[in-house]
Design a protein around this ligand. Structure first.
Ligand SMILES: Cc1cc2nc3c(=O)[nH]c(=O)nc-3n(C[C@H](O)[C@H](O)[C@H](O)COP(=O)(O)OP(=O)(O)OC[C@H]3O[C@@H](n4cnc5c(N)ncnc54)[C@H](O)[C@@H]3O)c2cc1C
Length: 512
């Protein structure tokens, strides 16, 4: 095969694989499987990444970038197969420039690795990773827009990028930044590539700003009796921007996904981590006592729960922010034990056990970012929709949960998680430890439940669209191209044609 021969000649045999076992794993994302790649390349330098792209371009072969593989929107899946999958995992260099408050990261570095490297200097990036940061890469997150850690104050991944170096389909290297001091020097070319799901090129290097770690924190949790009350409290908190991160869960997820992690072994681990990381032993003890007294019931104290992590420079600062947060939310809910955010604070990047449901069911999240006044109406419409599908969902053993996160002050990310009984894929078997899988219920292949879940997913996305939702992680799962007005769509298509005239770069992502 000359493509393989040419790639090996250019970047070395160790960086090119056609091992069927590896191809099988890499042709699945967290949600499902797709076409099998012809080859996988794993370049160890930007020059090798460029060389591999050049070879694929002249061979007319589709190129599909993959970071940590922790997404579920078909972003690195290619139905037709026969493509070259670009695994960026070996591009994981980290160069920290303390004086200029800039870190230059290889696209394949994980958020967990970046966090550890920066912590030594008392520094962090403003947005500092998704919950999947043990596997998720900086390049993958910046390519599909990601939120969680740091999003309460600093927004999503794209808002923490200074500039990017992108390898285009031709193999040429495009640098988005003409200055290392600021991103904002004329039109925002960096922004063009954030959220592109790899359709415009493969990010090789990313520069992010650095800020000082705020050493003190307080975890605060609230329970709400209705979704409307929850939204009222959380949206007020969003406006204040007091927390570094917050997220919410409904009862189903509080009892399922998170509760599972709250077993004895996990509690002991939390205890150890809290003591190790608490600003002083007293705070650690206080948190442990709250968790112990509250017990598991605390996580089920209402229909909806909001969990906040507030950071400050010292105790006075942290206490003042937490007090203001409590005052803003109190009219809408009641404070409960802070076990869940304490857990998350202690283990911000947990092992990826949540890629399956609490009993080992399959899992797919579906989200929309809604304008604040559309949130409660959307929620009501979703509940009404579930009523119409209830009998089939029950018959097939499909159930759902809800999670939410802030997207600035104006956007509310409402995420549905669907669970269905079905066999695991090679992705699950590869990602989870045999010990973990042994503790889960086995499920036989269940094509009917899978197909019905897929249909529900499409219907829920259509419902989000009716309420004007935007989407992160567009991949091949959410509409984008056809949501743009004609002028904007023509511009996008022109940009794609200019950067990738043969249409070889992640074809189909963003609808391109
Ligand atoms: C347990 C779990 C928890 C999660 N928690 C969160 C969360 O808190 N917040 C959140 O937003 N998401 C979350 N996710 C979703 C997902 O993990 C993240 O969005 C993450 O950022 C994906 O990064 P990745 O490196 O795994 O990207 P991948 O899944 O490998 O790729 C994502 C997309 O980016 C493209 N891509 C990857 N690398 C590059 C590159 N170098 N250049 C160009 N394109 C590229 C791919 O083609 C694909 O379209 C979670 C997922 C799991 C399984």
């Amino acid at each position: 095969m000359t493509l393989m021969h040419d790639l090996i000649a250019a970047i070395g045999a160790d960086a090119v694989s056609n091992d069927p076992a590896v191809l099988a794993v890499m042709s699945n994302d967290v949600y499902r499987g797709s076409g099998v790649p012809a080859l996988i390349v794993r370049p160890t330098s930007v020059a090798d990444l460029q060389a591999a792209a050049r070879i694929c371009c002249s061979a007319g072969v589709a190129m599909v970038p993959r970071g940590g593989g922790a997404s579920y929107t078909d972003g690195y899946l290619f139905d037709a197969g026969g493509h070259v999958l670009f695994d960026t995992g070996a591009l994981d260099s980290i160069e920290i420039d303390v004086d200029n408050a800039v870190v230059t990261v290889g696209a394949g570095a994980t958020w967990a690795k970046l966090k550890d490297a920066l912590a030594v200097h008392g520094l962090r990036t403003p947005f500092w990773g998704p919950f999947s940061g043990l596997a998720a890469t900086v390049g993958g997150s910046v390519s599909q827009n990601t939120l969680s850690h740091g999003s309460g104050t600093y927004g999503i991944s794209a808002q923490s990028v200074l500039s990017l170096d992108v390898v285009l389909a031709s193999g040429d290297l495009l640098k988005t930044g003409a200055s290392t001091a600021t991103r904002f020097y004329g039109p925002d070319l960096t922004g063009l590539f954030t959220g592109d799901c790899g359709a415009l090129g493969i990010k090789a290097t990313i520069r992010l700003p650095l800020i000082a770690i705020r050493p003190r924190f307080e975890a605060v949790s609230f329970a709400f009796d209705s979704f409307a009350a929850c939204h009222a409290g959380v949206s007020r908190a969003q406006r204040e921007g007091l927390d570094d991160s917050h997220f919410g869960l409904d009862l189903a997820l509080s009892q399922g996904q998170i509760a599972r992690q709250d077993g004895v072994a996990a509690k002991l681990k939390i205890a150890r981590d809290l003591f190790a990381k608490a600003p002083n032993a007293f705070v650690g003890v206080k948190q442990l006592i709250r968790m112990a007294v509250a017990g598991d019931a605390a996580m089920r104290a209402g229909e909806y729960m909001g969990h906040f992590i507030v950071e400050g420079v010292d105790a006075t600062d942290t206490t003042a922010r937490a007090a203001r947060l409590r005052a803003v939310i109190a009219p809408h809910g009641r404070e409960i034990a802070n076990s869940v955010p304490s857990f998350v604070r202690a283990l911000p990047f947990a092992p990826l056990t949540n890629i399956l449901g609490p009993s080992g069911e399959r899992w797919v999240p579906i989200h929309g970012v809604l304008q604040q006044d559309a949130v409660v109406p959307f929620h009501d419409a979703l509940k009404a929709f579930y009523e119409t599908r209830k009998a089939e969902m029950e018959r097939l053993g499909i159930w759902s949960g809800t999670m939410f996160s802030p997207a600035g002050s104006s956007g509310f990310l409402y995420e549905v998680a669907l669970y269905w009984p079905d066999d695991r894929t090679d992705y699950h078997r590869h990602t989870l430890t045999p010990d973990h899988v042994a503790g889960l219920k086995p499920y036989p292949e269940n094509a009917e439940a899978r197909a019905y879940t897929h249909q529900l997913k499409a219907e829920i996305i259509a419902l989000y669209q009716q309420f004007g939702a935007a989407h992160f992680q567009i991949g091949r799962a959410y509409p984008y191209r056809d949501r743009l007005d004609p002028q904007a769509r023509a511009l996008l298509l022109g940009i794609k044609a200019a950067l990738d005239p043969k249409g070889l770069m992640n074809p189909g992502a963003l609808g391109l």
